[in-house]
Design a protein around this ligand. Structure first.
Ligand SMILES: Nc1ncnc2c1ncn2[C@@H]1O[C@H](COP(=O)(O)OP(=O)(O)OP(=O)(O)O)[C@@H](O)[C@H]1O
Ligand SMILES: [Mg+2]
Length: 239
């Protein structure tokens, strides 16, 4: 691929975005920087960027093979992914299979409680507000998405959940919950964007319940690098 990487145009918490010689493509550089609780906690997880890119790539290829459109184009090296440039929908779409994280806190329900069916939630992507929960109705009312788009986001998120739940279960990992971001092409087509990694999912080992995701960083559980490496090993054993 004779793509030239140009200047950076966005410095995020976990990734830096670069323009390229093709205006329809960007490069995402995956860093080792880690933050939690809206940047109140920050640090580094050695090797995280490499793991997150490799896992994202493997999962996006799997999803594409099942008909889910993603922004993945290619990788340049172990930290740089070429993606379709999209306009990010300012909603984070969360799917939950078991109670954990902010859901447990918000409703005072014990972590680990199995939900009778998956739950999809939308959060407004706005760091200044702490990414608050938002209803589809409110998102439509303030012009963040059309009614059709909120339905499509919900449907796509549930489809991704079914594919990933089965994939991880075969690796002896239970997919507890995860966050997705979607973007739009100029013609309005919705694509899965950003990343799917131990930063954006909760993974519990079947049987032991061992956490193999960013909760080890959030909760100071130790062994964070090993947990990320273990998730990569399992994903690569299946792909
Ligand atoms: N294909 C894409 N085109 C344009 N922007 C994208 C694409 N994929 C992801 N992004 C955006 O790139 C940024 C990735 O950087 P990072 O994950 O570090 O952000 P962040 O600091 O977590 O901020 P945010 O709260 O916006 O996610 C995010 O803002 C994400 O929405
Ligand atoms: Mg992000």
């Amino acid at each position: 691929m004779s793509l030239q990487v140009l200047d950076s145009f966005y410095e995020g918490k976990a990734k830096t975005l670069f323009n390229t010689s093709d205006p329809t493509l960007i490069v995402q550089y995956f860093k080792d920087d880690a933050t939690a609780f809206n940047r109140q906690k920050f640090g580094q997880i050695a090797g995280k960027g490499v793991v997150n890119l490799a896992i994202t790539k493997a999962l996006y290829k799997l999803l594409e093979s099942k008909g889910v459109k993603t922004h993945l184009v290619d990788t340049l090296d172990e930290r740089r992914m070429v993606s379709r440039r999209v306009e990010i929908v300012p909603l984070e779409v969360v799917v939950r299979n078991r109670v954990a994280g902010t859901f447990a806190k918000r409703y005072a329900v014990p972590e680990g409680t199995v939900l009778p069916a998956p739950i999809v939630e939308f959060f407004l992507k706005k760091d200044e507000l702490g990414d608050p929960l938002i209803t589809a109705e409110a998102a439509i009312a303030i012009g963040l998405a059309t009614p059709q788009e909120t339905q499509d986001l919900d449907r796509l998120a549930r489809q991704v959940n079914e594919i990933l739940k089965a994939f991880f279960l075969a690796l002896n990992i239970e997919l507890i919950d995860f966050k997705l971001e979607f973007g739009k092409l100029p013609d309005g087509t919705l694509l899965l964007a950003d990343e799917i990694s131990p930063d954006s999912c909760r993974f519990w080992e079947v049987g032991t319940g061992k956490k193999l995701d960013k909760d080890r960083f959030r909760q100071d559980l130790g062994g964070i690098e090993d947990a990320y490496a273990e998730m990569l090993r399992r994903v690569q054993s299946a792909t």
